[in-house]
Design a protein around this ligand. Structure first.
Ligand code: FEO
Length: 396
């Protein structure tokens, strides 16, 4: 990616990682690590990139200015996709230059890189004049790390939002008006997999930004597309997703050994569909857990099926439930089903897992021994209809 001037004297100098497919367990088809260079009396770099892309970042900067002319670096977030390049960059621009970060950022950067960097901790709300512009800093703890913060330039009305409002998207488009609505599925998947567990904090943050009267012309996240044509689009989407008021939609997640649980899953989905509730049966082993989470975000009912294997759940089902639990989806109806041979513990275990996530678990669940016959499949369809009705009565 060549550097692009996003506002007068402000450049996106980050890199595209075309080849990444697994981002700490989240399936992606590439991403970007965005970094921003501000030319003013004081020359500022906001964030760096993953360690292996540090030289590419420096080459991008060198197309605009000698990297040694950078006077200060700001680290909005310590996670290594943005900080891995810091030691290399700090060395290249001349060792002792100040590296500004939040107080938690100072602590975390020392734990990542030792105390060799000239770290300068910022107060929440602190401002720094860099000549014709003023940078201000807003702590956004646990969005999504303890160290996370935003940097804002009031003169240009640009918000550098770190991971928030980002997407794992790799492409030559840089702005929302270049990609259009096609960016939204990437933004939603990112939200479902990175930010879902912090939704109460997101709602508070949006309220805080509104109360502060922060004028925002451009939102520059550290991944993917920058929001300049209508930044409200992504802010409003975050509010909507954070409320977790899913509509008339259900998802049937299952795995299967000899197709019995699959037959049950598809019959249950048929029954749900008959009630007018949108539904998708998803075979867990054919899908990635991060795509499943995007479906979960949109669904009011989470219906989970597992065969009993060695007195327990099928491993892929446990995997998804563990991942889902960590992301704390709210406001869901839970329902469980499964097939078994002789012991049949899976449905009980599923009900416990769904209750543990504070889902509103259906009183009825369904387990069928060995292979479902016609009567069993009819019971599955009836169970699906009951789930569909529960969704409708909840959603209206
Ligand atoms: Fe893109 Fe939390 O790092």
């Amino acid at each position: 990616m060549k550097p692009v001037e996003i506002a007068s004297g402000i450049y996106q100098v980050g890199v595209i990682d075309w080849n990444i497919r697994d981002f700490h367990g989240y399936s992606v088809e590439g991403t970007t690590y965005n970094a921003f260079l501000i030319l003013d009396d004081t020359v500022v770099l906001i964030d760096t990139v993953k360690k292996e892309f540090a030289d590419q970042l420096l080459a991008n900067i060198a197309e605009i200015i000698d990297p040694k002319k950078i006077d200060m670096v700001i680290s909005n977030h310590t996670e290594m996709d943005h900080s891995g390049g810091l030691p290399r960059v700090m060395h290249a621009i001349g060792g002792e230059k100040p590296l500004y970060c939040s107080k938690m950022g100072q602590k975390n950067l020392i734990q990542h890189f030792g105390d060799r960097l000239n770290l300068q901790a910022l107060e929440n709300g602190q401002e720094i004049s860099i000549g014709s512009r003023t940078l201000s800093f807003l702590e956004t703890r646990m969005l999504h790390w303890p160290d996370s913060m935003f940097t804002y330039i009031k003169e240009d009305q640009i918000l550098f939002s770190s991971d928030a409002f980002g997407q794992h998207y790799a492409g030559y488009e840089m702005f929302d008006d270049q990609i259009g609505d096609a960016v939204m599925p990437y933004a939603k998947k990112y939200f479902a997999n990175i930010l879902l567990l912090y939704t109460p904090k997101i709602l508070k943050l949006v309220e805080q930004i509104t109360d502060m009267g922060l004028q925002i012309k451009i939102i520059c996240p550290d991944h993917g597309i920058l929001w300049r044509s209508n930044p409200e689009t992504i802010i409003n989407a975050y509010v909507e997703w954070s409320r977790q008021e899913a509509g008339k939609r259900a998802v049937v997640l299952y795995d299967t050994m000899w197709k019995s649980t699959r037959l049950m899953a598809e019959a249950i989905a048929d029954g749900i569909a008959e009630t007018g509730v949108a539904v998708r049966p998803i075979h867990i082993r054919s899908s990635h857990r991060s795509d499943i989470m995007t479906e979960v975000l949109d669904a009011r009912a989470i219906v989970v099926g597992s065969p009993t294997l060695n007195n327990g759940l099928f491993p892929s089902v446990s995997d998804v439930l563990t991942y889902m639990k960590g992301l704390r989806p709210k406001n869901k109806i839970g329902a469980a089903f499964g097939s078994y041979g002789w012991s049949g513990e899976s449905v009980k275990l599923l009900n416990e897992a769904l209750a543990d996530m504070k889902f509103d678990v259906m009183e009825e669940s369904l387990k069928i021994q060995y292979v479902p016959d016609k009567k069993d499949l009819s019971a599955c369809r009836e169970y699906g209809r009951k789930i569909g009705q529960a969704v409708i009565s909840r959603v209206g």
